[in-house]
Design a protein around this ligand. Sequence first.
Ligand SMILES: NC(=O)C1=CN([C@@H]2O[C@H](COP(=O)(O)OP(=O)(O)OC[C@H]3O[C@@H](n4cnc5c(N)ncnc54)[C@H](O)[C@@H]3O)[C@@H](O)[C@H]2O)C=CC1
Ligand SMILES: NCC(=O)COP(=O)(O)O
Length: 330
Amino acid sequence: MIKVKRIAITPGEPAGIGPDLVLAMAQEDWPHELVICASSQLMVERAAQLGLPLDVIEYDPARPPQPHKAGTLVITDCKLKAPVIPGELNEQNGHYVLDTLSRATQGCMSGEFAAVVTGPVHKGIINRAGVSFSGHTEFFAQQSNTAQVVMMLATEGLRVALVTTHIPLAYVSKAITAERLQQIIRILHADLVSKFGIEQPKIYVCGLNPHAGEDGCLGKEEIEVITPALDQLRQEEGMKLFGPLPADTIFQDKYLADADTVLAMYHDQGLPVLKFKGFGKSVNITLGLPFIRTSVDHGTALELAGTGQADTGSLWTALSHALELVEKQT
Ligand SMILES: NC(=O)C1=CN([C@@H]2O[C@H](COP(=O)(O)OP(=O)(O)OC[C@H]3O[C@@H](n4cnc5c(N)ncnc54)[C@H](O)[C@@H]3O)[C@@H](O)[C@H]2O)C=CC1
Ligand SMILES: NCC(=O)COP(=O)(O)O
């Protein structure tokens, strides 16, 4: 019999679809306890707007974890700073969102929670609230004092990891140093072995420039940085790395049938392909953190908040994936 674990869930931006999705997911039984880091008032109001039954249970860390029962929500209350209107961002609640993430981090770091699953946040409104914030990935890394983490999204038949995450395109080339690339690949390799049970991961690496630089006439990063960094890892650490290959032709069956993951150089080089294949059925996983963190593949979809039209597919995938990782760990 499996031991019941506590999984933290952060619904994210209160005016977005995160609360709706969490409420919809809560309508089924789950084998582990789900602890929602959010405002109880928000969840009760949104449940009423959606016409969903809800029995709120105040979170008690002293109580042994219980499997999640359909129609209930165990909530560790985080106070809103302002009332919420679905679909309307309010910068006064920027700090509320960060409070929910900090509560989850603190619980994951102390061992209170076995994992955290995050709903979508709105990066812009958190910045408008006066906090420099580029994403959960960077926030959790900073809060857990982790120097380097890796963003990887996965859907049926494809995993895509990123060398750079939420930075302007103009900064990407400078950010791709041999040191960073090697750190990222080591984390990716280690987690594919330990978390995904792949003995000798095969990592297919994209070039940065069109046609992977075309022998240097369309850009020199492949020759000066990427190829030497990969060669060193192949020779000294025995990793199975392929490339750098042109990003416009790497995503074809010939390579994907063999690849355990594709490593893209930047956000919009890899994620559009992944989302074209599996938007709404993908999970975002942060590798290299001292705890398990999975997330949805989509954003706040403000126009759908409170309508009951938002699709729960990605949250379901993210939660199922977190539970798999938790069970594998034990
Ligand atoms: N995990 C996270 O916290 C993420 C947050 N974001 C943030 O979300 C905000 C809005 O970003 P957008 O680029 O507009 O992306 P979005 O994912 O919110 O919306 C893109 C399109 O997909 C639709 N959509 C998204 N999720 C859906 C769902 N579950 N069911 C049905 N339709 C859905 C929306 O209605 C819209 O048409 C931004 O601030 C962005 O930074 C974006 C991606 C991930
Ligand atoms: N495109 C992924 C995204 O924006 C979510 O990033 P994060 O908030 O999980 O770091």
